[in-house]
Design a protein around this ligand. Structure first.
Ligand code: F6R
Length: 607
Protein backbone atom coordinates (compact mmCIF):
# COMPACT_ATOMS: atom_id res chain seq x y z
CA UNK A 1 0.00 0.00 0.00
CA UNK A 2 1.20 3.43 -0.90
CA UNK A 3 3.33 3.77 -3.98
CA UNK A 4 6.61 5.63 -4.15
CA UNK A 5 8.70 6.86 -7.05
CA UNK A 6 11.94 8.81 -7.30
CA UNK A 7 14.19 10.26 -9.99
CA UNK A 8 17.70 11.65 -10.16
CA UNK A 9 17.57 12.89 -13.71
CA UNK A 10 18.39 15.27 -16.47
CA UNK A 11 14.93 16.51 -17.39
CA UNK A 12 11.91 17.87 -15.55
CA UNK A 13 11.10 15.23 -12.97
CA UNK A 14 7.48 16.21 -12.23
CA UNK A 15 5.81 14.70 -15.35
CA UNK A 16 7.80 11.47 -14.95
CA UNK A 17 6.95 11.24 -11.26
CA UNK A 18 3.26 11.70 -12.04
CA UNK A 19 3.44 9.04 -14.77
CA UNK A 20 5.06 6.64 -12.29
CA UNK A 21 2.38 7.43 -9.72
CA UNK A 22 -0.34 6.73 -12.29
CA UNK A 23 1.01 3.21 -12.58
CA UNK A 24 1.12 2.89 -8.79
CA UNK A 25 -2.30 4.30 -8.04
CA UNK A 26 -3.60 0.77 -7.50
CA UNK A 27 -1.62 0.86 -4.23
CA UNK A 28 -3.72 3.65 -2.76
CA UNK A 29 -5.52 6.80 -3.81
CA UNK A 30 -6.19 8.77 -0.62
CA UNK A 31 -3.78 11.54 -1.63
CA UNK A 32 -0.82 12.11 -3.92
CA UNK A 33 2.20 14.39 -3.82
CA UNK A 34 5.62 15.12 -5.24
CA UNK A 35 8.68 17.02 -4.04
CA UNK A 36 11.55 18.21 -6.22
CA UNK A 37 14.67 20.28 -5.78
CA UNK A 38 14.25 23.68 -7.38
CA UNK A 39 17.52 25.63 -7.30
CA UNK A 40 18.50 23.45 -4.38
CA UNK A 41 15.30 24.12 -2.39
CA UNK A 42 12.71 21.49 -1.56
CA UNK A 43 9.40 22.35 -3.24
CA UNK A 44 6.23 20.29 -2.86
CA UNK A 45 2.84 19.89 -4.46
CA UNK A 46 0.32 17.72 -2.65
CA UNK A 47 -3.38 17.07 -3.10
CA UNK A 48 -6.04 15.14 -1.23
CA UNK A 49 -7.81 12.37 -3.15
CA UNK A 50 -6.89 10.78 -6.43
CA UNK A 51 -3.88 11.52 -8.57
CA UNK A 52 -5.98 13.59 -10.95
CA UNK A 53 -6.25 16.26 -8.22
CA UNK A 54 -2.46 16.50 -8.06
CA UNK A 55 -2.30 16.71 -11.84
CA UNK A 56 -4.78 19.57 -11.83
CA UNK A 57 -2.77 21.35 -9.14
CA UNK A 58 0.42 20.96 -11.18
CA UNK A 59 -1.31 22.59 -14.16
CA UNK A 60 -1.77 25.80 -12.17
CA UNK A 61 1.32 25.46 -10.01
CA UNK A 62 3.93 23.62 -12.10
CA UNK A 63 7.06 22.27 -10.45
CA UNK A 64 10.55 22.31 -12.01
CA UNK A 65 13.64 20.39 -10.92
CA UNK A 66 15.16 17.18 -12.22
CA UNK A 67 15.53 15.36 -8.90
CA UNK A 68 12.40 14.43 -7.01
CA UNK A 69 10.22 11.93 -5.21
CA UNK A 70 6.51 11.14 -5.41
CA UNK A 71 3.89 9.25 -3.44
CA UNK A 72 0.36 7.93 -3.74
CA UNK A 73 -1.14 7.23 -0.33
CA UNK A 74 -3.25 4.60 1.34
CA UNK A 75 -3.82 6.22 4.71
CA UNK A 76 -2.69 4.40 7.84
CA UNK A 77 -1.87 7.14 10.38
CA UNK A 78 -3.76 10.37 9.94
CA UNK A 79 -6.84 11.17 7.87
CA UNK A 80 -6.39 11.54 4.11
CA UNK A 81 -5.88 15.31 3.88
CA UNK A 82 -3.30 17.43 2.09
CA UNK A 83 -1.57 18.08 5.42
CA UNK A 84 -1.01 14.33 5.89
CA UNK A 85 -0.06 13.72 2.25
CA UNK A 86 3.50 12.73 1.40
CA UNK A 87 6.19 13.85 0.76
CA UNK A 88 6.80 14.94 4.34
CA UNK A 89 9.46 17.58 4.44
CA UNK A 90 11.44 20.14 6.37
CA UNK A 91 13.65 22.82 4.81
CA UNK A 92 16.46 20.23 4.64
CA UNK A 93 14.91 16.89 3.73
CA UNK A 94 11.84 15.36 2.04
CA UNK A 95 10.66 11.77 2.53
CA UNK A 96 8.19 9.41 0.87
CA UNK A 97 7.33 6.21 2.69
CA UNK A 98 5.43 2.99 2.17
CA UNK A 99 4.90 0.97 5.36
CA UNK A 100 4.37 1.73 9.02
CA UNK A 101 6.87 3.20 11.47
CA UNK A 102 5.75 1.43 14.62
CA UNK A 103 7.76 3.55 17.09
CA UNK A 104 6.76 6.91 15.62
CA UNK A 105 5.05 8.09 18.82
CA UNK A 106 8.21 7.61 20.82
CA UNK A 107 10.32 9.33 18.13
CA UNK A 108 7.84 12.18 17.85
CA UNK A 109 7.88 12.81 21.60
CA UNK A 110 11.67 12.76 21.68
CA UNK A 111 12.08 15.03 18.64
CA UNK A 112 9.40 17.46 19.80
CA UNK A 113 11.21 17.75 23.12
CA UNK A 114 14.39 18.48 21.14
CA UNK A 115 12.65 21.37 19.34
CA UNK A 116 11.52 19.76 16.05
CA UNK A 117 8.09 21.01 14.96
CA UNK A 118 5.71 18.44 13.46
CA UNK A 119 2.95 19.46 11.09
CA UNK A 120 1.11 16.20 10.29
CA UNK A 121 -0.47 13.24 12.11
CA UNK A 122 1.51 10.67 10.15
CA UNK A 123 4.08 8.13 11.27
CA UNK A 124 6.22 9.08 8.26
CA UNK A 125 6.90 12.60 9.40
CA UNK A 126 8.93 11.18 12.28
CA UNK A 127 11.44 9.93 9.68
CA UNK A 128 11.73 13.35 8.03
CA UNK A 129 12.04 15.10 11.38
CA UNK A 130 14.60 12.61 12.68
CA UNK A 131 16.82 13.00 9.62
CA UNK A 132 16.36 16.77 9.78
CA UNK A 133 17.44 16.77 13.40
CA UNK A 134 20.54 14.74 12.59
CA UNK A 135 21.39 17.05 9.66
CA UNK A 136 21.17 20.00 12.05
CA UNK A 137 23.58 18.15 14.35
CA UNK A 138 26.10 18.23 11.49
CA UNK A 139 25.79 14.76 10.00
CA UNK A 140 25.92 14.54 6.23
CA UNK A 141 22.86 13.12 4.39
CA UNK A 142 24.15 9.53 4.29
CA UNK A 143 25.25 9.48 7.94
CA UNK A 144 22.06 11.18 9.05
CA UNK A 145 19.96 8.63 7.13
CA UNK A 146 21.91 5.66 8.48
CA UNK A 147 21.55 6.89 12.04
CA UNK A 148 17.85 7.50 11.50
CA UNK A 149 17.31 4.07 9.93
CA UNK A 150 18.91 2.46 12.96
CA UNK A 151 16.16 4.00 15.11
CA UNK A 152 13.19 2.94 12.99
CA UNK A 153 10.97 0.00 13.93
CA UNK A 154 8.36 -1.41 11.57
CA UNK A 155 8.17 -1.73 7.82
CA UNK A 156 9.37 0.79 5.32
CA UNK A 157 10.38 1.59 1.81
CA UNK A 158 11.76 5.10 1.79
CA UNK A 159 12.79 7.62 -0.85
CA UNK A 160 14.65 10.64 0.49
CA UNK A 161 15.99 13.85 -1.12
CA UNK A 162 18.03 16.61 0.47
CA UNK A 163 18.07 20.37 -0.03
CA UNK A 164 21.16 21.47 -1.95
CA UNK A 165 21.95 17.90 -3.08
CA UNK A 166 20.26 17.48 -6.48
CA UNK A 167 22.85 14.91 -7.54
CA UNK A 168 21.55 12.26 -5.15
CA UNK A 169 18.63 10.47 -3.55
CA UNK A 170 18.66 7.84 -0.80
CA UNK A 171 16.48 4.72 -0.75
CA UNK A 172 16.01 2.23 2.06
CA UNK A 173 14.01 -0.93 2.43
CA UNK A 174 12.81 -2.90 5.43
CA UNK A 175 9.83 -5.10 4.66
CA UNK A 176 8.19 -3.02 1.91
CA UNK A 177 9.25 -3.58 -1.71
CA UNK A 178 11.54 -1.20 -3.57
CA UNK A 179 13.08 -1.32 -7.04
CA UNK A 180 15.88 0.77 -8.55
CA UNK A 181 15.69 1.55 -12.27
CA UNK A 182 18.79 2.10 -14.38
CA UNK A 183 18.31 4.67 -17.17
CA UNK A 184 20.61 6.45 -19.55
CA UNK A 185 22.19 9.16 -17.39
CA UNK A 186 19.14 8.99 -15.10
CA UNK A 187 18.26 6.70 -12.22
CA UNK A 188 14.87 5.88 -10.81
CA UNK A 189 13.20 4.46 -7.74
CA UNK A 190 9.82 2.75 -7.56
CA UNK A 191 7.64 0.51 -5.42
CA UNK A 192 7.61 -1.92 -8.33
CA UNK A 193 8.99 -2.42 -11.81
CA UNK A 194 5.59 -1.58 -13.34
CA UNK A 195 5.97 2.03 -12.17
CA UNK A 196 9.32 2.29 -13.90
CA UNK A 197 8.48 0.37 -17.07
CA UNK A 198 7.99 3.47 -19.29
CA UNK A 199 11.40 4.74 -18.16
CA UNK A 200 13.58 1.62 -18.12
CA UNK A 201 13.51 -2.15 -18.18
CA UNK A 202 16.77 -2.51 -16.24
CA UNK A 203 15.76 -3.07 -12.66
CA UNK A 204 17.36 -4.22 -9.43
CA UNK A 205 15.50 -4.98 -6.21
CA UNK A 206 16.66 -3.96 -2.77
CA UNK A 207 16.73 -6.65 -0.10
CA UNK A 208 15.45 -6.09 3.41
CA UNK A 209 17.91 -3.96 5.36
CA UNK A 210 19.44 -2.39 2.23
CA UNK A 211 20.18 1.30 1.93
CA UNK A 212 21.13 2.77 -1.46
CA UNK A 213 22.69 6.07 -2.46
CA UNK A 214 21.43 6.77 -5.96
CA UNK A 215 23.00 9.27 -8.36
CA UNK A 216 22.21 9.93 -12.03
CA UNK A 217 24.56 7.13 -13.08
CA UNK A 218 24.90 4.71 -10.18
CA UNK A 219 23.37 3.05 -7.15
CA UNK A 220 25.68 2.16 -4.23
CA UNK A 221 23.93 -0.34 -2.00
CA UNK A 222 24.87 -1.37 1.55
CA UNK A 223 23.24 -4.23 3.44
CA UNK A 224 21.89 -3.99 6.98
CA UNK A 225 25.41 -4.38 8.41
CA UNK A 226 26.68 -1.49 6.31
CA UNK A 227 28.67 -3.72 3.94
CA UNK A 228 28.66 -2.70 0.25
CA UNK A 229 26.69 -5.24 -1.81
CA UNK A 230 25.77 -5.71 -5.47
CA UNK A 231 22.12 -6.38 -6.26
CA UNK A 232 21.59 -8.10 -9.58
CA UNK A 233 20.29 -5.86 -12.38
CA UNK A 234 17.61 -7.72 -14.36
CA UNK A 235 15.74 -7.05 -17.54
CA UNK A 236 11.98 -6.93 -16.92
CA UNK A 237 9.45 -7.88 -19.59
CA UNK A 238 6.82 -5.47 -18.32
CA UNK A 239 5.35 -3.22 -20.96
CA UNK A 240 5.85 0.52 -20.65
CA UNK A 241 2.55 1.16 -22.40
CA UNK A 242 -0.21 2.39 -20.14
CA UNK A 243 -2.81 -0.32 -19.86
CA UNK A 244 -6.15 0.83 -21.27
CA UNK A 245 -9.75 -0.27 -20.70
CA UNK A 246 -10.31 -1.19 -24.35
CA UNK A 247 -13.98 -0.87 -25.23
CA UNK A 248 -15.02 -1.48 -21.62
CA UNK A 249 -16.28 1.11 -19.19
CA UNK A 250 -14.17 -0.15 -16.29
CA UNK A 251 -11.01 -2.16 -15.79
CA UNK A 252 -13.00 -4.61 -13.68
CA UNK A 253 -15.30 -5.39 -16.58
CA UNK A 254 -12.41 -5.63 -19.04
CA UNK A 255 -10.64 -8.04 -16.71
CA UNK A 256 -13.77 -10.14 -16.22
CA UNK A 257 -14.04 -10.45 -19.99
CA UNK A 258 -10.36 -11.36 -20.37
CA UNK A 259 -10.88 -14.55 -18.38
CA UNK A 260 -11.41 -17.03 -21.22
CA UNK A 261 -8.13 -15.88 -22.74
CA UNK A 262 -6.02 -15.74 -19.57
CA UNK A 263 -7.37 -19.02 -18.20
CA UNK A 264 -6.57 -20.56 -21.59
CA UNK A 265 -3.09 -19.02 -21.62
CA UNK A 266 -2.38 -20.25 -18.10
CA UNK A 267 -3.66 -23.75 -18.91
CA UNK A 268 -1.51 -23.91 -22.01
CA UNK A 269 1.65 -23.77 -19.91
CA UNK A 270 0.68 -27.01 -18.10
CA UNK A 271 -1.99 -28.92 -19.98
CA UNK A 272 -1.32 -31.09 -23.01
CA UNK A 273 -4.80 -31.31 -24.56
CA UNK A 274 -3.88 -34.05 -27.03
CA UNK A 275 -2.42 -36.41 -24.44
CA UNK A 276 -4.67 -35.08 -21.67
CA UNK A 277 -1.83 -34.77 -19.21
CA UNK A 278 -0.59 -32.07 -16.89
CA UNK A 279 3.08 -31.16 -16.57
CA UNK A 280 4.04 -28.49 -14.07
CA UNK A 281 7.05 -26.23 -14.59
CA UNK A 282 10.22 -27.40 -12.81
CA UNK A 283 9.88 -27.48 -9.02
CA UNK A 284 12.92 -27.92 -6.78
CA UNK A 285 11.30 -30.72 -4.74
CA UNK A 286 9.64 -34.03 -5.49
CA UNK A 287 5.83 -33.92 -5.34
CA UNK A 288 5.77 -37.68 -4.67
CA UNK A 289 7.34 -37.02 -1.26
CA UNK A 290 4.72 -34.48 -0.18
CA UNK A 291 2.49 -35.91 2.54
CA UNK A 292 0.91 -32.71 3.76
CA UNK A 293 0.09 -29.37 2.17
CA UNK A 294 -0.47 -25.99 3.77
CA UNK A 295 -1.81 -23.09 1.74
CA UNK A 296 -1.53 -19.54 3.02
CA UNK A 297 -3.00 -16.39 1.50
CA UNK A 298 -5.25 -13.36 2.08
CA UNK A 299 -8.58 -12.19 0.71
CA UNK A 300 -9.58 -13.52 -2.68
CA UNK A 301 -6.35 -15.52 -2.89
CA UNK A 302 -7.38 -17.22 0.36
CA UNK A 303 -10.68 -18.27 -1.23
CA UNK A 304 -8.72 -19.77 -4.12
CA UNK A 305 -6.78 -21.69 -1.47
CA UNK A 306 -10.05 -22.97 0.02
CA UNK A 307 -11.14 -24.33 -3.36
CA UNK A 308 -7.73 -25.99 -3.73
CA UNK A 309 -8.19 -27.77 -0.40
CA UNK A 310 -11.23 -29.59 -1.79
CA UNK A 311 -9.41 -30.36 -5.05
CA UNK A 312 -6.12 -31.58 -3.58
CA UNK A 313 -7.76 -33.67 -0.89
CA UNK A 314 -10.06 -35.22 -3.51
CA UNK A 315 -7.49 -35.90 -6.23
CA UNK A 316 -4.24 -36.39 -4.33
CA UNK A 317 -5.64 -37.71 -1.03
CA UNK A 318 -3.19 -35.47 0.81
CA UNK A 319 -4.42 -33.50 3.85
CA UNK A 320 -4.49 -29.77 3.21
CA UNK A 321 -4.60 -26.99 5.76
CA UNK A 322 -5.60 -23.54 4.65
CA UNK A 323 -4.57 -20.47 6.60
CA UNK A 324 -5.27 -16.76 6.47
CA UNK A 325 -1.75 -15.31 6.37
CA UNK A 326 -2.32 -12.70 9.07
CA UNK A 327 -3.53 -15.37 11.51
CA UNK A 328 -0.99 -18.02 10.59
CA UNK A 329 2.14 -16.12 11.45
CA UNK A 330 1.15 -15.26 15.00
CA UNK A 331 -0.21 -18.69 15.73
CA UNK A 332 3.23 -20.36 15.53
CA UNK A 333 1.77 -23.62 14.28
CA UNK A 334 3.96 -26.70 14.54
CA UNK A 335 5.41 -27.49 11.09
CA UNK A 336 6.69 -30.91 10.09
CA UNK A 337 10.04 -30.83 8.31
CA UNK A 338 9.73 -31.19 4.53
CA UNK A 339 6.06 -30.17 4.27
CA UNK A 340 4.84 -28.23 1.26
CA UNK A 341 3.70 -24.67 1.95
CA UNK A 342 2.01 -22.81 -0.90
CA UNK A 343 1.65 -19.03 -0.87
CA UNK A 344 -0.96 -17.57 -3.19
CA UNK A 345 -0.71 -13.88 -4.02
CA UNK A 346 -1.69 -11.89 -7.08
CA UNK A 347 0.69 -9.06 -6.25
CA UNK A 348 3.38 -11.21 -4.67
CA UNK A 349 3.91 -8.40 -2.16
CA UNK A 350 1.21 -8.91 0.49
CA UNK A 351 3.00 -8.28 3.79
CA UNK A 352 1.28 -11.02 5.80
CA UNK A 353 1.72 -13.65 3.09
CA UNK A 354 5.39 -12.73 2.73
CA UNK A 355 5.91 -12.94 6.49
CA UNK A 356 4.25 -16.38 6.52
CA UNK A 357 6.56 -17.51 3.73
CA UNK A 358 9.60 -16.38 5.69
CA UNK A 359 8.33 -18.21 8.76
CA UNK A 360 7.82 -21.41 6.75
CA UNK A 361 11.23 -21.18 5.09
CA UNK A 362 12.87 -20.78 8.46
CA UNK A 363 11.00 -23.89 9.63
CA UNK A 364 12.04 -26.35 6.96
CA UNK A 365 9.08 -26.16 4.57
CA UNK A 366 9.29 -26.39 0.78
CA UNK A 367 7.90 -23.00 -0.18
CA UNK A 368 5.98 -22.69 -3.41
CA UNK A 369 4.78 -19.26 -4.60
CA UNK A 370 1.72 -18.94 -6.80
CA UNK A 371 1.88 -15.37 -8.05
CA UNK A 372 0.84 -13.11 -10.89
CA UNK A 373 4.00 -10.98 -10.69
CA UNK A 374 7.07 -13.15 -11.24
CA UNK A 375 9.46 -10.39 -10.12
CA UNK A 376 7.65 -9.93 -6.81
CA UNK A 377 9.24 -10.43 -3.41
CA UNK A 378 7.19 -13.57 -2.67
CA UNK A 379 8.30 -15.12 -5.98
CA UNK A 380 11.92 -14.19 -5.38
CA UNK A 381 11.99 -15.61 -1.87
CA UNK A 382 10.17 -18.90 -2.57
CA UNK A 383 11.89 -22.18 -3.51
CA UNK A 384 9.64 -22.64 -6.54
CA UNK A 385 7.20 -20.49 -8.48
CA UNK A 386 4.01 -21.23 -10.37
CA UNK A 387 2.86 -18.26 -12.40
CA UNK A 388 -0.69 -17.18 -13.17
CA UNK A 389 -0.66 -15.53 -16.57
CA UNK A 390 -3.49 -13.12 -15.83
CA UNK A 391 -1.48 -10.11 -17.00
CA UNK A 392 -1.59 -6.86 -15.02
CA UNK A 393 -4.78 -6.63 -12.97
CA UNK A 394 -5.66 -2.96 -12.54
CA UNK A 395 -9.18 -3.14 -11.08
CA UNK A 396 -8.73 -3.21 -7.32
CA UNK A 397 -11.22 -6.06 -6.96
CA UNK A 398 -9.52 -9.24 -8.08
CA UNK A 399 -11.24 -11.16 -10.88
CA UNK A 400 -9.00 -12.73 -13.52
CA UNK A 401 -6.24 -13.25 -10.94
CA UNK A 402 -8.67 -15.45 -8.97
CA UNK A 403 -9.68 -17.69 -11.87
CA UNK A 404 -6.09 -18.07 -13.09
CA UNK A 405 -5.10 -18.99 -9.53
CA UNK A 406 -7.81 -21.65 -9.61
CA UNK A 407 -6.49 -22.84 -12.97
CA UNK A 408 -2.97 -23.34 -11.63
CA UNK A 409 -4.27 -24.95 -8.44
CA UNK A 410 -6.39 -27.41 -10.42
CA UNK A 411 -3.29 -28.42 -12.40
CA UNK A 412 -1.28 -28.70 -9.20
CA UNK A 413 -3.93 -30.97 -7.67
CA UNK A 414 -3.72 -33.25 -10.72
CA UNK A 415 0.08 -33.27 -10.73
CA UNK A 416 0.18 -34.04 -7.01
CA UNK A 417 -2.40 -36.78 -7.42
CA UNK A 418 -0.38 -38.40 -10.21
CA UNK A 419 2.92 -38.04 -8.33
CA UNK A 420 1.42 -39.56 -5.19
CA UNK A 421 -0.20 -42.41 -7.11
CA UNK A 422 -3.69 -41.37 -6.00
CA UNK A 423 -4.87 -40.47 -9.50
CA UNK A 424 -4.64 -42.93 -12.38
CA UNK A 425 -4.03 -42.05 -16.00
CA UNK A 426 -7.73 -42.32 -16.94
CA UNK A 427 -8.82 -40.04 -14.11
CA UNK A 428 -6.14 -37.52 -15.06
CA UNK A 429 -7.41 -37.58 -18.67
CA UNK A 430 -10.95 -36.98 -17.44
CA UNK A 431 -9.98 -33.92 -15.40
CA UNK A 432 -7.82 -32.62 -18.27
CA UNK A 433 -10.74 -32.92 -20.68
CA UNK A 434 -12.91 -30.87 -18.31
CA UNK A 435 -10.17 -28.28 -17.77
CA UNK A 436 -9.54 -27.90 -21.50
CA UNK A 437 -13.19 -26.93 -21.95
CA UNK A 438 -13.14 -24.20 -19.30
CA UNK A 439 -12.10 -21.23 -21.48
CA UNK A 440 -14.96 -21.89 -23.93
CA UNK A 441 -17.51 -22.45 -21.17
CA UNK A 442 -16.41 -19.23 -19.42
CA UNK A 443 -16.84 -17.44 -22.74
CA UNK A 444 -20.37 -18.92 -22.91
CA UNK A 445 -21.16 -17.47 -19.48
CA UNK A 446 -19.89 -14.06 -20.54
CA UNK A 447 -21.75 -14.09 -23.85
CA UNK A 448 -25.12 -13.54 -22.21
CA UNK A 449 -25.19 -11.58 -18.99
CA UNK A 450 -28.77 -10.37 -19.41
CA UNK A 451 -30.11 -12.36 -16.44
CA UNK A 452 -27.48 -10.84 -14.17
CA UNK A 453 -28.09 -7.32 -15.45
CA UNK A 454 -31.81 -7.81 -14.88
CA UNK A 455 -31.47 -8.63 -11.17
CA UNK A 456 -28.69 -6.12 -10.39
CA UNK A 457 -30.98 -3.10 -9.73
CA UNK A 458 -33.01 -5.01 -7.13
CA UNK A 459 -29.84 -6.23 -5.37
CA UNK A 460 -28.53 -2.65 -5.42
CA UNK A 461 -31.44 -1.70 -3.15
CA UNK A 462 -30.68 -4.38 -0.55
CA UNK A 463 -28.98 -3.56 2.71
CA UNK A 464 -27.71 -7.10 3.26
CA UNK A 465 -27.14 -10.02 0.92
CA UNK A 466 -26.48 -13.67 1.78
CA UNK A 467 -24.48 -16.09 -0.35
CA UNK A 468 -24.74 -19.85 0.12
CA UNK A 469 -22.79 -22.76 -1.34
CA UNK A 470 -21.56 -26.25 -0.52
CA UNK A 471 -18.27 -27.97 -1.30
CA UNK A 472 -16.26 -25.82 -3.70
CA UNK A 473 -19.39 -23.69 -4.06
CA UNK A 474 -18.79 -22.44 -0.51
CA UNK A 475 -15.53 -20.57 -1.26
CA UNK A 476 -17.19 -19.22 -4.41
CA UNK A 477 -20.02 -17.92 -2.21
CA UNK A 478 -17.39 -16.29 0.03
CA UNK A 479 -15.72 -14.73 -3.01
CA UNK A 480 -19.09 -13.50 -4.31
CA UNK A 481 -19.85 -11.83 -0.98
CA UNK A 482 -16.39 -10.25 -0.86
CA UNK A 483 -16.76 -8.88 -4.41
CA UNK A 484 -20.14 -7.37 -3.61
CA UNK A 485 -18.88 -5.75 -0.40
CA UNK A 486 -15.81 -4.33 -2.09
CA UNK A 487 -17.32 -2.68 -5.11
CA UNK A 488 -20.92 -1.93 -4.11
CA UNK A 489 -20.45 -1.34 -0.33
CA UNK A 490 -23.44 -3.60 0.39
CA UNK A 491 -23.07 -5.78 3.43
CA UNK A 492 -22.81 -9.40 2.27
CA UNK A 493 -22.13 -12.65 4.12
CA UNK A 494 -21.45 -16.12 2.84
CA UNK A 495 -22.22 -19.39 4.60
CA UNK A 496 -21.70 -23.02 3.89
CA UNK A 497 -25.31 -23.87 2.97
CA UNK A 498 -25.51 -26.53 5.69
CA UNK A 499 -24.61 -23.95 8.33
CA UNK A 500 -27.69 -21.88 7.58
CA UNK A 501 -29.91 -23.46 10.16
CA UNK A 502 -27.26 -23.10 12.85
CA UNK A 503 -27.95 -19.39 13.11
CA UNK A 504 -27.93 -17.31 9.94
CA UNK A 505 -31.43 -18.47 8.99
CA UNK A 506 -32.67 -15.92 11.55
CA UNK A 507 -31.65 -13.21 9.06
CA UNK A 508 -33.98 -14.43 6.34
CA UNK A 509 -36.84 -12.21 5.30
CA UNK A 510 -37.99 -10.81 1.98
CA UNK A 511 -35.57 -7.88 2.18
CA UNK A 512 -32.46 -10.09 2.11
CA UNK A 513 -31.57 -11.54 -1.30
CA UNK A 514 -30.00 -14.99 -0.98
CA UNK A 515 -27.62 -15.95 -3.80
CA UNK A 516 -27.23 -19.72 -4.01
CA UNK A 517 -24.36 -21.44 -5.84
CA UNK A 518 -25.72 -24.86 -6.76
CA UNK A 519 -24.23 -26.79 -9.69
CA UNK A 520 -25.73 -30.22 -10.47
CA UNK A 521 -23.24 -32.25 -8.46
CA UNK A 522 -23.37 -34.81 -5.64
CA UNK A 523 -24.29 -32.03 -3.21
CA UNK A 524 -27.14 -30.63 -5.30
CA UNK A 525 -29.98 -32.22 -3.33
CA UNK A 526 -28.63 -31.01 0.00
CA UNK A 527 -28.31 -27.42 -1.20
CA UNK A 528 -31.71 -27.56 -2.91
CA UNK A 529 -33.23 -28.52 0.49
CA UNK A 530 -31.58 -25.47 2.03
CA UNK A 531 -33.16 -23.37 -0.71
CA UNK A 532 -36.56 -24.80 0.31
CA UNK A 533 -35.87 -23.75 3.90
CA UNK A 534 -35.09 -20.19 2.79
CA UNK A 535 -38.11 -19.94 0.48
CA UNK A 536 -40.38 -21.30 3.23
CA UNK A 537 -39.37 -18.31 5.35
CA UNK A 538 -40.14 -15.76 2.66
CA UNK A 539 -36.53 -15.50 1.43
CA UNK A 540 -35.79 -14.09 -2.04
CA UNK A 541 -33.52 -16.67 -3.67
CA UNK A 542 -31.38 -16.10 -6.75
CA UNK A 543 -30.45 -19.58 -7.84
CA UNK A 544 -27.27 -20.24 -9.87
CA UNK A 545 -27.22 -23.64 -11.51
CA UNK A 546 -27.15 -25.43 -14.86
CA UNK A 547 -30.20 -26.27 -16.99
CA UNK A 548 -30.67 -29.62 -15.31
CA UNK A 549 -30.33 -28.14 -11.82
CA UNK A 550 -32.80 -25.34 -12.53
CA UNK A 551 -35.32 -27.79 -14.02
CA UNK A 552 -35.14 -30.06 -10.97
CA UNK A 553 -35.68 -27.29 -8.44
CA UNK A 554 -39.18 -27.37 -7.02
CA UNK A 555 -38.84 -24.34 -4.73
CA UNK A 556 -40.23 -21.05 -6.03
CA UNK A 557 -37.20 -18.80 -6.39
CA UNK A 558 -37.09 -15.12 -7.33
CA UNK A 559 -34.66 -15.58 -10.22
CA UNK A 560 -32.42 -18.16 -11.82
CA UNK A 561 -29.10 -17.73 -13.54
CA UNK A 562 -28.27 -20.58 -15.86
CA UNK A 563 -24.70 -21.77 -16.35
CA UNK A 564 -23.34 -24.38 -18.76
CA UNK A 565 -23.27 -27.99 -17.58
CA UNK A 566 -19.69 -28.93 -16.76
CA UNK A 567 -17.83 -31.58 -14.78
CA UNK A 568 -18.25 -30.71 -11.11
CA UNK A 569 -14.46 -30.48 -10.63
CA UNK A 570 -14.25 -27.34 -12.80
CA UNK A 571 -17.54 -25.79 -11.62
CA UNK A 572 -15.84 -23.23 -9.31
CA UNK A 573 -14.05 -21.75 -12.33
CA UNK A 574 -17.41 -21.14 -13.98
CA UNK A 575 -19.48 -20.06 -10.99
CA UNK A 576 -16.86 -17.43 -10.13
CA UNK A 577 -17.89 -15.49 -13.23
CA UNK A 578 -21.56 -14.66 -12.45
CA UNK A 579 -20.73 -13.60 -8.90
CA UNK A 580 -18.10 -11.20 -10.28
CA UNK A 581 -20.56 -9.91 -12.89
CA UNK A 582 -23.29 -9.47 -10.32
CA UNK A 583 -21.02 -7.43 -8.03
CA UNK A 584 -19.97 -5.35 -11.03
CA UNK A 585 -23.49 -4.56 -12.26
CA UNK A 586 -24.74 -3.83 -8.74
CA UNK A 587 -21.85 -1.41 -8.26
CA UNK A 588 -22.63 0.30 -11.56
CA UNK A 589 -26.30 0.53 -10.56
CA UNK A 590 -25.24 2.12 -7.28
CA UNK A 591 -22.78 4.45 -9.01
CA UNK A 592 -19.76 3.53 -6.89
CA UNK A 593 -16.16 3.86 -8.04
CA UNK A 594 -15.84 0.32 -9.40
CA UNK A 595 -12.13 0.27 -10.17
CA UNK A 596 -10.97 2.17 -7.12
CA UNK A 597 -13.47 1.42 -4.33
CA UNK A 598 -13.19 3.51 -1.20
CA UNK A 599 -10.66 2.55 1.49
CA UNK A 600 -9.03 -0.23 -0.55
CA UNK A 601 -5.63 -0.73 -2.14
CA UNK A 602 -4.53 -3.51 -4.40
CA UNK A 603 -1.17 -4.35 -2.92
CA UNK A 604 -1.39 -4.70 0.84
CA UNK A 605 2.16 -4.18 2.02
CA UNK A 606 1.34 -3.34 5.62
CA UNK A 607 0.05 -5.70 8.30
C1 F6R B 1 -10.23 -8.83 -3.33
C2 F6R B 1 -8.80 -8.62 -3.33
C3 F6R B 1 -8.04 -8.86 -2.07
C4 F6R B 1 -6.74 -9.60 -2.38
C5 F6R B 1 -5.88 -9.70 -1.12
C6 F6R B 1 -4.62 -10.51 -1.36
O1 F6R B 1 -10.80 -8.52 -4.56
O2 F6R B 1 -8.24 -8.26 -4.34
O3 F6R B 1 -8.80 -9.54 -1.13
O4 F6R B 1 -7.05 -10.86 -2.88
O5 F6R B 1 -5.53 -8.42 -0.69
O6 F6R B 1 -3.83 -9.91 -2.33
P1 F6R B 1 -2.71 -10.73 -3.08
O7 F6R B 1 -3.37 -11.80 -3.86
O8 F6R B 1 -2.03 -9.72 -3.96
O9 F6R B 1 -1.80 -11.27 -2.02
Amino acid sequence: MCGIVGIVGRQDAAPLLVEGLRRLEYRGYDSAGIATLVEGRIERRRAEGKLVNLENLLKVQPLGGSTGIGHTRWATHGVPTERNAHPHATARVAVVHNGIIENFQELKAELTAAGQVFESDTDTEAVAQLIDYLLIQGFDPVEATDRALARLQGAFALGIIFAGRPEMMIAARQGSPLAIGYGDGEMYLGSDALALAPLTRRISYLDDGDRAVITATSASVCDRDGHPVEREVRQTNLSGALIGKGQHRHFMLKEIFEQPEVIGGTLKTMLNPAERTITLPYLPFDLAGIGRVRIIACGTSYYAAMVAKYWIEQLARVPVEVDIASEFRYRSPPLEQGGLAIFISQSGETADTLAALRHCRANGQHCLALVNVPESTIAREADGVLETLAGPEIGVASTKAFTTQLTVLACLAVALGRARGALDRAAEAEVCRALAEVPSRVADVLRDDSAIRAIAPSIAEARDVLYLGRGTGYPIALEGALKLKEVSYIHAEAYAAGELKHGPIALIDDSVPVIVICPSDHLYDKTASNVQEVVARGGRVIFLSDRHGIARLSAKVAATIELPEVASFVAPLLYAIPVQMLAYHVAVAKGTDVDQPRNLAKSVTVE
